[in-house]
Design a protein around this ligand. Structure first.
Ligand code: COA
Length: 224
């Protein structure tokens, strides 16, 4: 799943169920962050961190507490960028060295219709028109949910780079159904990072086992 969407030398790990031992294995500062949360939130928080530490191990980076920084963005160990996601039936993490990646953003959602009215809120008219064509060609994919997921992956890539909000209607997405890729064109001023101007992102997606999974891996360019 996630490992198919994120290129090496990044590392990924995932879980389809929560691990009982994960909550007990939290660092004290992580346990404190979810002490008041419901049990389901504690389990998904702990399991995705177990995945993240497994992925860090794959990079050769020692395990470390992973608590939220500004606006919920996880604070990764020095020299590491990464992203985490959890939804019903799936938890995943992706990490990479900042020498190799400017940022990573991943998201997973159940392959189910978006709740009523949400599509209107998270999409642009042109996107909705393209989703209708995609649904005619491949009705097994919930394209409205995939659009939502890809926009969340965009935000998880965007925010750590900019510390700026980005509304759902401030990026226009386009999916290539055959190659499993997508592009996101920013409709707000872009950002200078890693020696280039970013006015959009490209990502990859898949739909399998009742899930849609999306990922953006923003690679460094040589010399930066
Ligand atoms: C932050 C947000 C993207 C999380 O997505 P989600 O589908 O609700 O939840 P997921 O389970 O997939 O991801 C949650 C994880 O995202 C990460 N995350 C949270 N805030 C983040 C941020 N500002 N930047 C990067 N990652 C963030 C965290 O690791 C979090 O897990 P944790 O709380 O256990 O650490 C979403 O709640 C949100 O605020 N969206 C509005 C902005 C947006 O998406 N705009 C679209 C622009 S086109």
């Amino acid at each position: 799943m996630i490992e198919e969407l994120i290129p090496p030398p990044a590392a990924t790990a995932h879980a389809f169920t929560d691990h009982r031992a994960a909550v007990a294995a939290l660092y004290p500062q992580e346990a404190a962050a979810v002490a008041q949360a419901v049990a389901k939130r504690r389990r998904e928080y702990a399991t995705v961190r177990m995945c993240a530490r497994r992925a860090l191990n794959g990079l050769g980076v020692p395990a470390a507490p992973l608590v939220a920084g500004r606006r919920g963005a996880p604070r990764w160990p020095a020299g590491v960028v990464g992203s985490m996601t959890h939804c019903a039936g799936y938890r995943a993490a992706a990490v990479g060295r900042s020498a190799d990646f400017l940022g990573l953003g991943i998201d997973a959602e159940p392959n189910e219709p978006l709740p009523d009215d949400l599509l209107e809120f998270v999409s642009l008219p042109g996107e909705r028109a393209r989703l209708r064509d995609l649904a005619d060609a491949a009705p097994e994919v919930r394209w409205d949910r995939l659009l939502f997921s890809a926009k969340e992956a965009v935000f998880k890539t965007w925010y750590p780079l900019t510390e700026r909000e980005l509304d759902f209607t401030e990026a226009e997405l386009d999916f290539a159904p055959d190659t499993g890729s997508f592009s996101a064109r920013l409709l707000v001023p872009g950002v200078d990072a890693g020696g280039r101007h970013l006015d959009g992102f490209t990502g990859r997606w898949l739909c399998r086992e009742g899930l849609v999974v999306t990922a953006i891996a923003l690679e460094q360019v040589a010399g930066h």
